[in-house]
Design a protein around this ligand. Structure first.
Ligand code: SF4
Length: 77
């Protein structure tokens, strides 16, 4: 799994499956640079890190490259 090209959360993640952005290009950019870009990239996604640490759903407002730290995001869940 860790060597797969796609993030393991891809099928359930709103950033990937829904268009949560006003600008549709923004979602496509995140998908390309995180979700389907291989383990080295998607493993840095803060949504994925928080989800794996907590087992909780991460709000749609949290982006893969959120300026909040992982701890800050967790404290707001
Ligand atoms: S936004 Fe993050 S958690 Fe969601 S599918 Fe992309 S890499 Fe995975």
């Amino acid at each position: 799994m860790e060597n797969s090209t796609n993030c393991p959360k891809l099928e359930k993640c709103p950033i990937y499956i829904k268009n949560v952005f006003l600008n549709p290009n923004a979602g496509e950019t995140y998908r390309k640079i995180y979700c389907t870009a291989g383990f080295a990239k998607y493993s840095t996604c803060k949504r994925l890190i928080v989800s794996e640490k907590t087992g909780k759903p991460v709000p749609e407002t949290i982006m893969p490259n959120s300026s909040l730290s992982v701890e800050e995001i967790i404290s707001r869940l």
